[in-house]
Design a protein around this ligand. Sequence first.
Ligand code: PAF
Length: 283
Amino acid sequence: MIVTGSERRISELCSSWRKEGLTVGLVPTMGALHEGHLSLVEIAAASSDRVVVSIFINPTQFGPGEDLEMYPRSIDDDCRAVEALGAFAVFTPDVNTVYPDDFSTEVHVAGVSQGLCGTARPGHFDGVATICTILFGIVKPDLAVFGMKDAQQLAVIRRMVTDLRLEIEIVAAPIVREPDGLAMSSRNKYLSAELREEASLIHGGLFAARQLALTGEKDCSLLRKAFIDHLRKAHMLSVQYAETVDPYTMLKIDKIENRVLLAVAVFAGTTRLIDNILIEPEV
Ligand code: PAF
């Protein structure tokens, strides 16, 4: 497996594969890989001939006071893990390579990037859309895999790829959960044992809301309430948002007629965790 920070090297490598008629799958990451990320690599390996994993902690998607400096780093372990799954290359550019001094572009995807994390983290999705456009331009993948835990990110990337006619298949990977239901996240490392225990209520709350919908409840305000009520058992969790939205447009939905995504952001102490669940209407 090739590990390189050189944009030219990775771009030439991918172009040589394409000339051989091989398809390229990209898994963009910020490193500190857990089983959720590894499932993305497995999906990419099953759907393309050559998998490239990018590892880049993208500063432009972090706001002031967020965890850019302390974001966990484990590059050697990350490389070993993705190599074992059949990745052919890991792209690890440095910040100056990605954003040279005269870099002047920002990709803004309107509509779908508003609300939810877009409100809670202003500018976040501009950073995500910009870095993904850069990575897509360097690697020129046939497909790219994104996790469904970051549902709004997935929707933003899908919208962007469609609008800009990027001819990249965006593959959505299911959320991978810990045995107690907590969605895997690099930020789970920040949690103390007490917070970690309480954090598993998030998943319980999502399932309680879905259960209510399965009994025929169509009023989304009651589903959101069921989630929030479930978390009342916790002392150290505070809900930043719990919204029912369309999974593609991220527009708010008040009544279940089609599939609805219940998307939540919860602070466990100072650590912000996001999660979601798809709710299908009873037919
Ligand atoms: O989901 C992430 O880890 C990041 O937002 C991504 C897609 C790698 C862009 O930096």
